[in-house]
Design a protein around this ligand. Structure first.
Ligand SMILES: Cc1ncc(COP(=O)(O)O)c(C=O)c1O
Length: 412
């Protein structure tokens, strides 16, 4: 199952221009395909700072790691697309066996559709009548397209049903008190399922939720919540609530607890229909050196070689106005982050053009650093990517060029 190759391939025909930060000014007017084919060296190829890069070796590793994990554990995989929103990565995830792509909004589903993603798991409630009318039209036009959407209230079901003109598969979302969306109790779950059964267009096909929304997450609380989720599917099944469905979907899982999800879902068998146990990890694909390095199962519970941080931002020190202070030419729009600050990983200077880890500092570089500071990444084998949609094409190592003023690399 692959994303329509022509739609993804067409991206390589887009033109480099002012919309793409960091790409060489002298490549203006090139197609991305032409620029990528030149394999320009990172430091001497005319790129400007700040420049966000994607480490192709780390990316390959992470893609393979989760594809292997899901295959070994009998899980279907719908990687969350919001992490990258990169159709080239969707195509690679699908080519590695993913069932489909997870989306958070109808706008993200549109991107998936534009690039031929055959199945989308819309892990959110949708009551936007225009978006639901669009979804109906997409489903009517393409019998091969499958989309599954969350529901968590009777009112939401009513609003959806009023706006839809085509049958739509839904799953009841299970939440937790103090958490995000999702029904809080069995009685509400039953009311929502009743409303779905009474609707004209909705068809109940399973249950889902996100353990990342549990307020106090430990292996025990996450497992207990996952067992509740599986239990909800069992009760619905026993009550004949999936009568109109082809399969029973049970879905959970981000990038912090997928090992516990796999354990809990291993016991999710014996339904009246085939089951689709769907994992939705997204952040795994680029990983990071902050939050996800701390919470990944590979850090705590899995003995295997873990995920690798793949997003790298090269910036320059542009001012040292007083001792102990240095300012980079990069800000929040170049280094978007929601949990932890970026970490300095490599420094390159005119005296030392081969990038090297920063000298050990007595004060930790970020509030979340731990005594076991991250091991330095391998020498750069990065590819320069423009923003927002340049192709993540691999480029060769590039430490051999003439001296460049570039000096600091940070990663998320
Ligand atoms: C509903 C839902 N599913 C899956 C994910 C993916 O989790 P992660 O980013 O940890 O991979 C998220 C992330 O926020 C989410 O909100």
């Amino acid at each position: 199952m692959e994303v329509t190759p022509p739609a993804v391939a067409r991206l390589a025909g887009e033109r480099v221009d002012h919309r793409f930060k960091g790409l060489p000014p002298d490549a203006e007017g090139y197609t991305f395909g032409q620029l990528a084919a030149e394999r320009r060296p990172l430091f001497t190829g005319g790129f400007t700072t700040p420049l966000l890069t994607l480490d192709s070796a780390a990316l390959d590793h992470n893609l393979a790691r989760l594809a292997g994990f899901t295959a070994r554990h009998g899980l279907a995989f719908a990687p969350h697309g919001k992490t990258s929103m990169a159709p080239q990565l969707f195509a690679r995830q699908l080519a590695l066996g993913a069932w489909g792509i997870t989306a958070a909004t109808p706008a993200q589903v549109r991107v998936c559709r534009a690039f031929g993603v055959p199945r989308v798991f819309l892990a959110n409630e949708v009551v936007d009548a225009t978006a639901l009318a669009w979804l109906s039209a997409e489903l009517a036009a393409d019998p091969g397209f499958r989309v599954i959407v969350y529901v968590d209230s009777v009112r939401g079901v009513e609003l959806m049903d009023a706006a839809l003109t085509h049958p739509l598969d839904v799953v009841v979302e299970l939440g937790v008190a103090g958490g995000r969306t999702g029904v809080r109790d069995q009685a509400t779950a039953d009311q929502v399922a009743d409303a779905v059964a009474a609707s004209r267009h909705l068809r109940l096909t399973g249950v889902a939720g996100y353990e990342g929304g549990i307020p106090d997450r430990t292996p025990q609380t996450v497992r207990a919540w996952l067992d509740r989720l599986v239990g909800l599917a069992r009760r619905f099944d026993a009550a004949g609530r999936f009568a109109g469905a082809d399969e029973i979907v049970v879905s959970a899982g981000g990038s912090a607890w997928f090992d516990v999800v796999a354990e809990a879902f291993a016991a999710a068998d014996g339904f009246s229909l085939p089951s689709l146990k769907l994992l939705r990890s997204g952040a795994y694909v680029t990983h990071d050196d902050g939050h996800y390095r701390q919470v990944t199962p590979y850090h705590h519970r899995l003995p295997e070689d873990g995920l690798r941080s793949a997003l790298l931002l090269w910036a320059q020190v542009v001012s040292r106005p007083e001792p102990g202070r240095a300012y980079l030419n990069a800000g929040k729009r170049d280094l978007p982050h929601d949990l932890d600050l970026p970490l300095p990983r490599l420094i390159r200077s005119p005296d030392s053009p081969t990038p090297a880890p920063p000298p050990a500092s007595p004060s930790p570089p970020s509030p979340t650093s731990t005594p076991s500071s991250p091991s330095p990444p391998p020498p750069p084998s990065t590819s320069a990517t423009g923003s927002p949609s340049a192709s993540p094409t691999p480029a060769p190592p590039s430490t051999n060029g003439r001296r460049s003023p570039w000096s600091t690399r940070t990663t998320r």
